[in-house]
Design a protein around this ligand. Structure first.
Ligand SMILES: [Zn+2]
Length: 352
């Protein structure tokens, strides 16, 4: 989203929670919380004993959020980030502990979460992921697997940090769950289902009830839906909700309370309801894309979810429409072009 983040989106991002507040008093509290969160970008914030959250600078650098847990003998990092994102947090981890960084957990295959793997390997760590991450990499990282140039090569054209590194797929893989437990700390990696991609996993800390969601849940207008499935995503969010988290550390945007999972779920449900009503009314693809401003108006009017409405809405509407009907928007439609541009942008530049 960097470079193209419009004023509306930026305002939404900064004020989203504040706008969502009901009363003036709550609004003031929320605004102050939001300011605090905004000031947390690029800061290592302790969210529990030996547990840190680092909100990445998505706007200027395209970075995802990170977490790390200091176990008795080693450090586990949540998300590899882009190479420049890995290099941003490495010294911050080193400032906290001299214990070796042994594992970097990729929540999914996207560049802003996994392209920094080589940096972690160079620093002694092993990338870990759900088996679906490899399946997704085989699908999209065709250059690495000996076919035509894929997303890595595309991204390297615009990101010097990627051009200077190389793709390193995770080599410790788990089909559903993997636990790190040294008696003091416990981190459970869970694949809860298809969501933002077909290979998402979350990091659940049951003792502290902290959930690192990757892009299964974000806090702001960051939902890229191109590689996932919105219908299944809603069910996956329900599974995440069942864990009973107290603190949510999302893949993008400020950390927050457990209600964030519900907010994002409601956003997708409402999106599906709006598009579903048009499909039921037998509207054409052209009519559905022409309804995007009305859908935007409807979703933005809902305080709980308006912070999720941003530049990506056209692509999100098209994706839901495609899931429901198998059809795409007409090629000559502006919305379709915008959706394609956003896809391209997300895939190659940020891979959010
Ligand atoms: Zn992503």
């Amino acid at each position: 989203m960097h470079g193209t983040m419009c004023d509306f989106t930026r305002r939404n991002l900064l004020l989203g929670t504040a706008l969502a507040a009901g009363s003036n008093e709550t609004e003031a509290q929320e605004q102050s919380a939001q300011r605090k969160s905004a000031s947390e970008v690029n800061e290592a914030v302790p969210v529990g004993k030996d547990i840190f959250f680092h909100q990445g600078d998505i706007e200027h650098q395209g970075h995802c959020n990170n977490g790390w847990i200091v176990f008795k003998d080693y450090v586990l990092v949540i998300d590899a980030n882009f190479p420049s994102g890995a290099q941003t947090i490495l010294p911050k981890i080193r400032a906290i502990t001299s214990k070796p960084i042994r594992f970097a957990f990729d929540t999914h295959h996207h560049g802003d979460h996994a392209y920094g793997n080589q940096i972690w390997v160079d620093n002694g760590a092993t990338p870990v992921a759900h088996t679906g991450v490899i399946e997704e990499m085989k699908r999209y990282e065709t250059g690495y697997y000996g076919d035509k140039p894929g997303r890595w090569e595309d991204t390297a054209k615009t990101r010097p940090d990627v051009a200077a590194s190389r793709l390193k797929p995770p080599s410790v893989l788990f089909p559903r769950e993997l636990y790190f437990d040294d008696g003091e700390h416990r981190v459970e990696l869970h694949h809860l289902g298809v969501a933002h991609t077909h290979g998402d996993a979350v990091a659940w800390l049951p003792k502290e009830r902290i959930l690192f969601t990757g892009d299964t849940c974000v806090n702001g207008p960051y939902n890229f839906v191109g590689d996932g499935n919105v219908e299944q995503w809603i069910a996956t969010l329900a599974a995440a909700k069942k864990l009973g988290a107290r603190v949510i550390c999302p893949g993008h945007g400020p950390r927050g309370a457990d209600s964030m999972v519900e907010d994002q779920q409601l956003f997708f449900q409402q999106l599906r309801e709006r598009v579903g009503a048009l499909v039921q009314a037998k509207k054409s693809a052209r009519e559905v894309h022409q309804s995007i401003p009305a859908i935007r108006g409807n979703l933005t009017a809902q305080a709980q979810i308006r912070r999720y409405v941003g530049d990506g809405l056209a692509a999100q509407v098209e994706k839901v429409y495609n899931e429901m009907t198998g059809q795409k928007f007409p090629d000559d439609s502006k919305a379709s072009r915008a959706a394609r541009q956003l896809h391209r942008h997300s895939h190659s530049l940020l891979s959010v």
